[in-house]
Ligand binder design. Structure first.
Ligand SMILES: Cc1ncc(COP(=O)(O)O)c(C=O)c1O
Length: 393
């Protein structure tokens, strides 16, 4: 077995990623092909991004048609697909207004900015602090790495941006310190993705929400990995009994076309007036066309119900496998965001799956294998993956 991160040929791209020794050149549905035409079953979905599989034909058609009309015009003009996508996001969420950008980190930047500005310009107080959680992941820009509760992500970039405080996740007792006099918002993932696929406990979320609502502190839910159907509902917050003030999304919104968005309730959205925030590319005609068609497909009646049947089937089989295999300590997550806690380095299993069985899966921390199939994956593809996983475990 080769080293999982072999660099085969040096390229003039900054080495910010550990890349697997594979070059992918084509994708369709649940499969990708490398430059030697070797076919892989892709249960990573480009890290929770290609939720409808690779190159969903309806999204491809919509982008192709838009390519013949207008690619970019800036936000100095109205953009029909941007308006339509905003209307659809608002119709399917508890939010009222949308800001478009190009990535998850940018969506969280926008959330951090609007939370502070809401405190300072709408509520007229001097609150600024945003509470986040240990092992969270909110992005790689300076503000979002400062929001991220992981020292390794912040290392070498000090000083981190001030104004963040980190509490342990799922820790009921720690909620005693949730809100300080300067706290304007609390920001969290409802399943910590990069941090090890850890779902938030219902009772913990309930108490967190109770305190925030009582003390008028904004709740920002980072749905960048959990959103767009990944956990079984369009947004993960729908599975908890509350409405966030701010939701951030990216990844699955554009089926692989780069796009991010920050959705806010009306009162909060007032904090952004012309000139307070912006992005040249944010919400451009091509990106919002991809997003609009993707969202229409995700919201097709019965689509999520059908995909949830496939994920329930996968969960059942993985739980059976966990009972038989000493290697798997726990199966956790929600919907098609699944973590297997294992008793060995997860990367070894990921490497074996790829090199010996042409199955692409991921890690989420040293001892967690992360499985992110497209929502559209079929039962036959699930069986194919299960046969491989059974072999490995
Ligand atoms: C929960 C969460 N937030 C934010 C981000 C950052 O998104 P992006 O890489 O698009 O900036 C990610 C990316 O993995 C994520 O999983």
């Amino acid at each position: 077995m080769s080293d999982q991160y072999t660099v085969e040929k040096p390229v003039p791209v900054m080495p910010t990623y550990n890349r697997f020794p594979v070059t992918l050149t084509k994708g369709l549905g649940s499969y990708v092909w490398d430059e030697q035409e070797k076919k892989y079953l892709d249960f990573t979905s480009g890290i929770a991004t290609c939720n409808l599989g690779h190159r969903p034909p309806e999204v491809q058609k919509a982008i192709s048609e838009q390519l013949d009309k207008l690619w970019h015009c800036s936000n100095l003009y109205h953009i029909p697909s941007q308006t339509a996508l905003a209307e659809k996001l608002v119709a399917h969420s508890c939010g009222d207004q949308v800001f478009f950008c190009n990535s998850g980190a940018e969506a969280n930047e926008a959330a951090i900015k609007i939370a502070r500005r809401y405190a300072q310009k709408v509520k007229n107080n001097d609150k600024f602090e945003i509470v986040t959680f240990k092992q969270s992941f909110h992005g790689r820009t300076l503000a979002t790495l400062s929001a991220t509760g992981q020292e390794k992500i912040q290392e070498g970039f000090s000083p981190a941006m001030p104004g963040f405080r980190y509490l342990p996740y799922n820790d009921q007792a720690a909620l005693e310190d949730l809100i300080a006099p300067e706290t304007c918002a609390v920001m969290l993932e409802l399943v910590q993705g990069e941090g090890g696929v850890i779902p938030a406990d219902d009772a913990w979320v309930k108490e967190l929400v109770r305190q925030c609502q009582e003390q008028e502190v904004l709740i920002i839910i980072d749905e960048i990995q959990t959103g767009m159907g990944r956990t079984g509902t369009l947004f993960a917050y729908e599975q908890y009994d509350f409405e966030p003030d701010i939701i951030t999304i990216a990844k699955g919104l554009g089926s692989g076309f780069p796009i991010g968005a920050m959705i806010a309730k009306e009162d909060v959205a007032k904090a952004f007036a012309p000139g307070t925030h912006g992005s040249t590319f944010g919400g451009n005609p091509l990106a919002t066309t991809a997003g609009l068609r993707t969202l229409e497909l995700l919201m097709t009646p019965d689509a999520l119900t059908k995909w949830n049947e496939t994920s329930a089937y996968l969960w059942g089989k993985l739980e059976e496998l966990a009972e038989r295999s000493d290697k798997i300590k726990q199966v956790r997550g929600k919907g098609f965001l699944i973590g297997l806690e294992v008793d060995c380095p997860a990367i070894e299993l990921v490497t074996e799956a790829r090199e010996e069985h042409q199955l692409l899966i991921l890690v989420a921390g040293p001892n967690v294998v992360r499985i992110l199939p497209p929502l559209t994956t079929t039962k036959e593809e699930v069986d194919q993956a299960l046969a491989i996983l059974t072999n490995i475990f």
